[in-house]
Design a binder for this molecule. Structure first.
Ligand SMILES: [Fe+2]
Length: 156
């Protein structure tokens, strides 16, 4: 088992991943529940709530990614673990893409709220984006844990 994280940035990043996992799980539960059809009573309230949840997710992601990019994770992992450099670059490059994808589904949610059909009337894209996001965070968590694990001198 990896040792307890001693790096401040690692502890914070992993705690934020845990929080983001909960946020994503809550959003999926909300999306999986029955919802009013577009234009029917309750549909505006439903889509407004979805929009608000996505705004919160976008804000928290923005701050989380900024901390990962500038708070020591990228710098330390790249320097201490050059063998991970490609994978670190890969996850960092995904940050702006993830934010853009969340903004895209926010627009869909707001269109739904207006009683207009967004491009994907079932908002299926929202679930796809949430899955991509969860996968992105899993990759980072894995990278951090593998780096720490190796630091303890234990085998992979
Ligand atoms: Fe992350």
């Amino acid at each position: 088992m990896p040792e307890v994280m001693t790096n401040q940035w690692a502890a914070q990043v992993l705690a934020e991943h845990e929080h983001l996992r909960e946020l994503i799980a809550d959003l999926k539960t909300f999306l999986e529940a029955p919802r009013p059809k577009i234009g029917e009573k309750g549909s505006h309230t439903w889509s407004s709530e979805l929009s608000q949840r996505l705004v919160t997710l976008h804000d928290e992601l923005f701050r989380h990614f900024r901390f990962e990019d500038e708070g020591g994770m990228v710098e330390e992992l790249s320097v201490a673990h050059p063998r991970f450099a490609d994978r670190i670059n890969e996850v960092v490059a995904e940050h702006p893409q993830m934010l853009k994808a969340v903004r895209g589904i926010m627009v869909d949610a707001l269109s739904y709220s207006e009683g207009e059909k967004p491009e994907d009337p079932q908002l299926r894209r929202v679930l796809a984006v949430l899955d991509q996001l969860a996968e992105h965070e899993r990759k980072e968590t894995d990278l951090i844990q593998r780096a720490e694990y190796r630091d303890t001198g234990a085998a992979d």
